[in-house]
Design a binder for this molecule. Sequence first.
Ligand code: AMP
Length: 194
Amino acid sequence: MGCGLEYGSMGPGRAMSATGSASVADVIASLTRKVADFPKPGILFNDLTPLFADGDAMGAVTDALAEIASGADLVAGIDSRGFLVAAAVAARLRTGVLAVRKGGKLPPPVYAEHYDLEYGSATLEIPAGGIELTGRRVVIIDDVLATGGTLAAASRLLERAGADVTGVAVVVELTALGGREAIAPLPVHSLSRV
Ligand code: AMP
């Protein structure tokens, strides 16, 4: 239970409460901590820590994302908050999970993809050995979609490794930042749009 609201799995997109039902989007909104000017001035940071720490909310988010990702045979999570959700979804679907790491965390050999951030640049990596990705149907999961640069880079990385990326799914989509357009034509599924 969190924020005085009770909820649990009640099918796609809905969560049960003691007095009725709340949409998963409402549950996400009620358990998101919005922090102005973090990590840089002008950024409104969506901190999902309270959501992840709430068992019923995490269950509802996992159910909804698992429904979106059904049909995938591998779920990829983005370093680092994406790992939490992707692992939960993979366990629910009984697929494997692949951690898409920030640069420099994995031993060689790796596939690496560089991309631009609002300020500066970053690198994502996956192993180039030990895991066969050719022809695997992969859904990529992250906590928040902002400009889309991170998920677009992750998608390029997996495609280079031979995977068939069928879509991306996020808990929160920040619509004003145009991430969906940056990732097109790859389908983007979001549980809440703010
Ligand atoms: P982007 O590449 O711009 O779509 O940024 C997405 C990545 O940065 C995700 O892994 C998010 O966790 C994080 N991120 C970007 N902007 C925010 C924000 N306003 N609140 C929370 N996380 C964010």
